[in-house]
Ligand binder design. Structure first.
Ligand SMILES: Cc1ncc(COP(=O)(O)O)c(C=O)c1O
Length: 385
């Protein structure tokens, strides 16, 4: 394959799941495309059903939902927030924007989630919150982390960007934290290009969250007829998406079960098809502990070292398969060093897995031929010792 040819199997491709195009046309013709219209209400109701959240507020991104959580907590310079180093920049950036210090703890070598055994040692008198990220939608050890948060009076926040549709011991991800942030970016299981939501499981936070999302005004209450004019009542910003985006999202959430069946089929085809090859080559497949039902958000492999990881990505590209690495450790990133610090013991597991991890193509529209092409391409790679 010539290097400028597009991949035969891309890493991700937007999937048209149902009524997206009809709903988009309806949204454009409905007379107003601003936020909190009929499609926002529809998408919000579906999201509440899926997650069991007391309230859900659509936002323009997961990044913005995380920023809202930082505003809701009233974080100040000097406050500390514990989180994994192995995550996307937005998990940390949201709190650094308020002047708080992200404290980066290491991840577990099996699930790549925040290692619950390291959280207590990271707590100081300045710690205000713990943010968990359910990597690939496989749940963190929620009993242990929830118990620590309760014991030390810390707010638990879920960055649930990967976890929509996943559960832990039967309970939906996104329902454990006082707050949870969802992403509907185009790489996510349900998507609208760019979008997100803040789930509120603590009813006391709902009124203020609505205000923060509406530029610091009580406009949501005004639209419900609860006040006769709306005013500037708090700090906030503009975090609500256009109803056009909500239309695309509502169409996807309506057929979320179908999207999930398709993604699960791809995930399981990889998991079974690559088992022997992985064993022979010393490659680790995803670990899913008992009690975790994951939403097939991504399929990743851990190669033995960086050299093999890079060679493997190149090998797949040569066969028309686009694979991707993932997070750069936040504690060693330039802004991570400036605004945060590692927890005691550092993050050696994060540094190792960040070098070795590869994600294979996974999207709802990936057909059997595409999956076979990916599996066949992987099977022809021999790990170099
Ligand atoms: C763990 C995590 N949190 C937050 C985000 C940011 O999501 P968004 O693009 O919706 O802001 C991402 C993006 O992929 C992510 O992986």
């Amino acid at each position: 394959m010539n290097v400028i040819d597009p991949p035969v199997v891309p890493f991700n491709r937007t999937y048209v799941a149902g009524n997206e195009l009809d709903y988009l046309a309806e949204a454009v013709h409905q007379g107003s495309t601003c936020g909190d219209g009929p499609f926002t209400r529809r998408a919000t109701a579906l999201l509440r059903e899926l997650t069991g959240a007391a309230e859900a507020l659509l936002t323009t991104s997961c990044t913005h939902a995380l920023e809202m959580s930082a505003l809701l907590l009233g974080l100040r310079p000097g406050d500390e927030v514990i989180m994994p180093s192995f995550t996307f920049v937005s998990t940390a950036n949201a709190y650094a924007l308020r002047g708080a210090t992200p404290v980066f703890a290491d991840c577990r070598p099996d699930t790549l989630n925040l290692d619950e055994r390291l959280v207590e040692a990271a707590i100081t008198e300045r710690t205000r919150a713990v943010v968990v990220v359910h990597y690939a939608g496989v749940a963190c050890a929620m009993e242990a982390i929830g118990e620590l948060c309760e014991r030390y009076g810390l707010t638990l926040i879920e960055d649930n960007a990967h976890g929509l549709g996943g559960s832990y011991r039967g309970r939906p991800l996104g329902s454990f934290g006082a707050l949870a942030a969802q992403s509907f970016h185009s790489t996510k299981n349900a998507q609208c290009g760019e979008g997100g939501a803040l789930l509120l499981n603590d009813g006391d936070l709902i009124t203020r969250a609505e205000i923060i999302r509406e530029k610091g005004t009580d406009r949501s209450r005004f639209f419900r007829g609860q006040v006769d004019k709306y005013r500037w009542v708090d700090i906030g910003s503009s975090y609500l998406p256009s109803d056009v985006l909500a239309a695309q999202l509502a169409a996807q959430l309506e057929v979320f079960g179908d999207i999930q069946r398709r993604r699960q089929a791809v995930w399981h085809a990889y998991h079974e098809g690559l088992a022997d090859w992985a064993d022979r080559n010393g490659v680790a497949r995803p670990a899913v502990p008992d009690g975790c039902a994951h939403p097939a958000h991504l399929y990743h492999l851990l190669l033995p070292d960086l050299g093999n990881r890079q060679a493997f990505i190149g090998h797949l590209a040569g066969l028309g398969v686009q694979a991707a690495f993932h997070y750069h450790p936040l504690h060693t990133a330039p802004a991570g060093r400036r605004y945060g610090r590692p927890a005691p013991g550092g993050c050696p597991v994060t540094e190792s897995v960040a070098d070795r991890l590869v994600r294979l193509p996974l999207f709802a529209g990936l057909d059997e031929a595409g999956v076979t092409r990916v599996v066949d391409a992987v099977l022809t790679y021999r790990v170099r010792r």
